[in-house]
Design a protein around this ligand. Structure first.
Ligand SMILES: [Zn+2]
Ligand SMILES: [Zn+2]
Length: 621
């Protein structure tokens, strides 16, 4: 790999010089952001932002309320303080507050510099984190921008905290020195997270495409080397799905991994990079970290370039809504673990377990009766990082578009394979979406000119399946409708058996976990036998079949004496203090397992061939 990497480094120098000159050569003066860290130990930074060549109207400065890829609203203005605006002569200018998110400068000359402090102490894919170990910057949480200047390029400069020798990793374009970067416009700037710290960089190439892994972690160099080799296997398998890699605008794609004991757990996709943060180590949590990398990298096609309508362009002042997160996130959720399997990084038992998770999620939840996959997608602004003080009944009415969409992808992949005898697969559908909506790109860097609609996705399914009626029916039943696919039937073709995890075991609902001591701590679902008895969250279940049950174990031992269909008396105390009695008809534990048929049965040659084509390693075509 080493000679390749040397060539890569040389190529980078000339390429970056060209790109850096690009956005700045268009006439408009760039906006300038300067970041300094006077007291990193106190977790704030100083930002000085200069807006030159201004029209005479009031300058409307804004902190974002949203962040690319995170669909709920966030009030990033809440951590901004000590805000002052100055003219180019250094005199302070009056500012007003039109709303909680903005500062207006009503009267000013040709240029305004705003200086402010911003506090940040959350390491993830949305917020800002500053301490003595690094500055982990998601731009929407850090920078003030101005109405009407979306198309202006910007230059960002970082100053080393006292005594530090940090380096920067980002998808921003390199500037004239190691601590200067440029962005062609606001959309690209906001989409560009940045790690400023003791970054360990690894590089690899696949064909002419370049990849960088920038890690801030507590493990050894050998840990990182081995891990990045596995990441490369994933990158190769994902490239094989699409047949090619996107043209990454800076000339490379960058994985940003912050694996620190004080990191939040997150993965966030961006156009030419991803942020992955976990309180984890490569040595202990390698498979989980690879799973996140597989998911996030798949997004450089699916969502970053194959973009659903509603997400393009990203709105920094209100929540975006799309009908298609079941595809943008759900299909990505399906492909992540599938890529680990194709790259031989997990075994069949693990993949079967992942599939069981998807099947259980959709089959055991009553929520699809109320909301289709499209409806679930529209819930994203409330779910994805959104938090209210009031309770919701989501366990009954919402299935996350991640597993819901993942299960739809599984059903569609298996259906396409079966009806075409393996000639047409979900990979063909993804490739059709890529060629039609992703690959054509955008007239401006960071934009997608052809975001797809639900009808577009259905039309591409009609193309690849050669059957418009099939495509229409699939969308009507499983995506816009409320039906659940026949996973048992579909998985048989691959020699995978769906069966009850605890056959014959009596069950009254998953009422309490190991810690709950008889207290019903979560919503009771209508599919649980105990729902009809009137038991609800916050009640105490006291007796089952005449016996006191103060723990999950005690409940289990009572139920083991019974079989499904038995009627047993229960006593429970409502949160009002009222004691009630009822009779519950026990059901069979509905939870499902997915197991390879060869465990106890015979894998046919046809099933083996189907499975190998589906789960085996693929070559770039
Ligand atoms: Zn870091
Ligand atoms: Zn995702």
């Amino acid at each position: 790999m080493l000679p390749g990497m040397r060539r890569f480094a040389l190529a980078l120098v000339s390429l970056c010089a060209v790109i850096a000159a690009g956005p700045l050569a268009q006439g408009a003066s760039p906006l300038q952001y300067r970041f300094t860290f006077p007291e990193p130990q106190h977790r704030w930074m100083q930002v000085d932002a200069t807006f030159p060549d201004l029209p005479p109207a009031a300058l409307e400065l804004r902190m974002s309320r949203s962040s690319p890829g995170r669909y709920s609203l966030h009030e990033f203005a809440k951590n901004v303080y000590d805000v002052h605006a100055f003219g180019s002569d250094g005199a302070e200018l009056e500012t007003t507050r039109p709303d909680p998110y903005g500062w207006n400068v009503p009267r000013h000359g040709a240029a305004v510099t705003v200086k402010y402090k911003v506090y940040g102490d959350r390491i993830d894919g949305t917020y800002l984190a500053i301490d003595e170990t690094h500055a982990h910057v998601n731009m929407p949480a850090a920078i003030m921008w101005a109405h009407g200047l979306d198309n202006r390029p910007s230059t960002l400069t970082f100053e080393q905290p006292a005594g530090m020798h940090w380096t920067v990793a980002t998808q921003l374009h390199p500037g004239t020195n190691a601590l200067e970067f440029t962005a062609p416009n606001l959309q690209y700037l906001m989409d560009s997270p940045l790690e400023f710290g003791p970054v360990a960089m690894r590089e690899f190439s696949v064909g002419s495409s370049k990849f960088r892994f920038a890690a801030h972690h507590t493990g050894s160099d050998a840990d990182l080397d081995g891990y990045v080799k596995d990441v490369e296997k994933i990158v190769r398998q994902e490239g094989a799905v699409y047949g090619e890699y996107p043209s990454y605008e800076p000339g490379y794609y960058t994985f940003l991994g912050d694996y620190l004991p004080y990191a939040g757990g997150d993965g966030m996709e961006h156009r030419n990079s991803t942020v992955m943060t976990e309180a984890a180590t490569i040595a202990k949590d390698r498979e989980r970290l690879l799973d996140i990398a597989a998911h996030e990298f798949f997004h450089c096609w699916n969502v970053e370039r194959i973009r659903p309508q509603g997400l393009e362009p990203f709105d920094f002042e209100r929540a975006n809504m799309t009908d298609s997160l079941w595809l943008a996130e759900g299909f990505t959720q399906y492909y992540g673990p599938l890529m680990l399997q194709r790259a031989n990084l997990v075994d069949l038992a693990e993949t079967a377990g992942t599939i069981a998770g998807l099947v259980n999620t959709v089959e055991l939840s009553p929520a699809h009766e109320f909301r289709s996959a499209v409806d679930m997608s529209r819930m994203a602004p409330f779910i994805d990082g959104g938090r209210g003080n009031d309770r919701t009944n989501w366990p009954r009415t919402v299935i996350s578009y991640y597993p819901f969409g993942g299960a739809i992808a599984l059903a569609l992949d298996l259906t396409l394979r079966e009806r075409s005898d393996g000639r047409v697969t979900l990979d063909d559908f993804m490739r059709a979406m890529w060629r039609t909506y992703g690959k054509p790109g955008g007239g401006r860097e960071g934009y997608v000119d052809h975001p797809y609609s639900l009808a577009d996705a259905e039309a591409r399914l009609a193309d690849v399946s050669g059957d418009a009626r099939f495509a229409h029916e699939f969308f009507a039943r499983y995506i816009e409708g409320h039906e659940v696919a026949d996973y048992r039937g579909l998985l048989t073709a691959a020699g995978l058996v769906v069966k009850k995890a605890n056959p014959g075991r009596a069950w009254l609902g998953s009422v309490f976990d190991q810690r709950d001591r008889g207290h019903v701590a979560s919503l009771v679902l209508p599919t649980w036998p105990i729902y009809a008895a009137g038991v609800e969250q916050d009640d105490d279940l006291r007796e089952v079949d005449g016996q006191r049950v103060a723990s999950a174990q005690e409940l289990e031992s009572v139920l083991r004496r019974h079989k499904p269909g038995d009627r047993v008396p229960i006593v429970f105390v409502e949160r009002s203090g009222d004691s009630k009695s009822a009779t519950v008809t026990l059901a069979e534990d509905p939870r499902l397992d997915v197991v390879p048929v060869e465990r106890g049965g015979t894998l046919t040659a046809g099933q083996k061939a189907f499975r190998d084509r589906w789960l085996g390693p693929q070559e770039m075509k």
